[in-house]
Every structure is written in structure tokens, then in C-alpha cells.
Design a protein around this ligand. Structure first.
Ligand code: HEC
Length: 198
């Protein structure tokens, strides 16, 4: 079948044809051809620089270097926070406390309950503390954990400012008297049940 749309004397038409489909021998646009030349030149330059002269870092090496740099920044920040734990104060910034609450609900609530009343972990709302009642004591426990007792070491898992935020948040839970709390570890309650907190 002949293609009616293509005049038979079309100078750019090839001589082959399949099912009426014919091909035109169009010239490629100049900009395209130049782009093609440029990419070829670039590829030769790239190959010479990275694979012949070995002058630049390939992806793997570049990644390792960046990773090491990141680790250094991280351990510096961690060391800085660790040395300042003694002088940290709980924050009362609303945004920080809100982020601390999110961290608490996601990470700590399974053991300490969303209201801090205690479950596997102790009650964080009462006046009885296993490791000391000061903000600094709380920070240290969260930072270092008490792995043998089931309290996770958070220092590699949360960033210093996240640990500060969550500690600030639990500071606000003190004295909130949630219902049916876990009883204090370090004293024998006189009565059982929530009444002892009222
Ligand atoms: C897997 C369970 C678990 C998780 C998760 C957990 N804790 Fe604990 N936490 C414990 C246990 C158990 C203790 C008691 C450790 C002990 O007996 O020395 C504890 C103790 C603490 C203490 C000290 C309490 C005291 O009386 O001195 C603080 C503060 C604390 N956790 C905060 C947190 C925060 C903040 C998070 C979340 C970032 C968290 N915990 C997540 C189990 C957990």
C-alpha cells in the first residue's frame, strides 16, 4: 500500500517502506547534534580525570569521606552535650516541649506509659526517683540508660537536643498524678491503689 500523505518525489524519503509507513531522512537539529558532541567531549574528560589520572574521588570514596566527616561532627556534638549535662536546665519553650512529647510518646511510652505513670519503667510523675530527682539525673539516665534494668541507652539513638527535649517534657509531668500509676520502687506503699497519691 502506498502512503498517500507522502509525495513520491519527496527528496528526504528513504526507499524502504513497511505497511505504508515510510521514513524521512531528516537532519537532526543542530542544537541536538552539538549537545551530543559536548556530551562525548565531557565523557572523555570525565574518564580521563576519574579513571585514567585517578585525580578525583569516585562515589564510594566520596561517600566514605562525607560519612567520616558526619561521624566526627556527631561525636563532637555528643561529647559536648555529655560534658554539659551537669549544667543543663529544663526548657520551657512550647515548641521544644511539644517535640519532647512526640519523642516520649513514640519511644518511651511503651515502658513508661503515655502519661508517665509507669509500666515496665518506673513512674516519672512522682517524687520517688531511683537515680535522683534532679533534671541532670534524668538526663544522665536517658543518655546512658540502665541496660541491665531494661532502660535503653538513648545516646546513639536520639540526638542531644532530642534527649534534652524529652527530658524537659517529662519534667513537666512531675506532680501530674496520673490514674493507677506504678508504685514507687524505693518505698513500701501504705495502701494500694491510686488513693495513696491523693
Ligand atoms: C524498654 C523499656 C524502656 C523504654 C523504652 C524507656 N525506658 Fe526509661 N526506664 C526503664 C526502666 C526499666 C527504668 C528503671 C531503671 C532502673 O531500675 O535503674 C527506667 C528509668 C528511667 C528514668 C529514671 C527514673 C528514676 O526513677 O530515676 C528516666 C528519667 C527514664 N527512664 C526516661 C525515659 C525516657 C525519656 C525514655 C524515652 C526516650 C525511656 N525512659 C524509655 C525502661 C524503659
Amino acid at each position: 500500500m502506498k502512503n498517500e500523505n507522502l509525495p513520491s518525489d519527496e527528496p528526504l524519503a528513504f526507499h524502504h517502506e513497511a505497511d505504508g509507513i515510510r521514513e524521512l531522512d531528516n537532519l537532526l537539529p543542530r542544537w541536538w547534534v552539538w549537545l551530543f558532541y559536548l556530551t562525548t567531549i565531557f565523557a572523555i574528560g570525565y574518564m580521563g580525570y576519574y579513571h585514567v589520572l585517578n585525580a578525583g574521588d569516585l562515589q564510594g570514596v566520596a561517600y566514605d569521606k562525607e560519612f567520616k566527616k558526619g561521624e566526627e561532627i556527631k561525636s563532637l556534638a555528643m561529647a559536648k552535650f555529655e560534658s554539659s549535662i551537669g549544667s543543663e536546665q529544663p526548657s520551657n519553650d512550647k515548641a521544644i516541649l511539644a517535640s519532647g512529647q512526640v519523642i516520649f510518646v513514640n519511644n518511651c511510652a511503651p515502658c513508661h506509659r503515655p502519661d508517665g505513670g509507669g509500666l515496665v519503667g518506673p513512674n516519672l510523675t512522682d517524687d520517688y526517683w531511683i537515680h535522683g530527682a534532679k533534671f541532670e539525673d534524668n538526663l544522665k539516665v536517658i543518655w546512658n540508660g540502665v541496660p541491665e534494668k531494661g532502660m535503653i541507652t538513648w545516646n546513639g539513638l536520639l540526638k542531644p537536643d532530642q534527649i534534652h527535649a524529652v527530658a524537659s517534657y517529662i519534667y513537666t509531668l512531675r506532680g501530674t498524678h496520673p490514674v493507677n500509676p506504678k508504685l514507687p520502687e524505693n518505698q513500701q506503699p501504705k495502701e494500694t491503689g491510686p488513693s495513696i497519691y491523693e
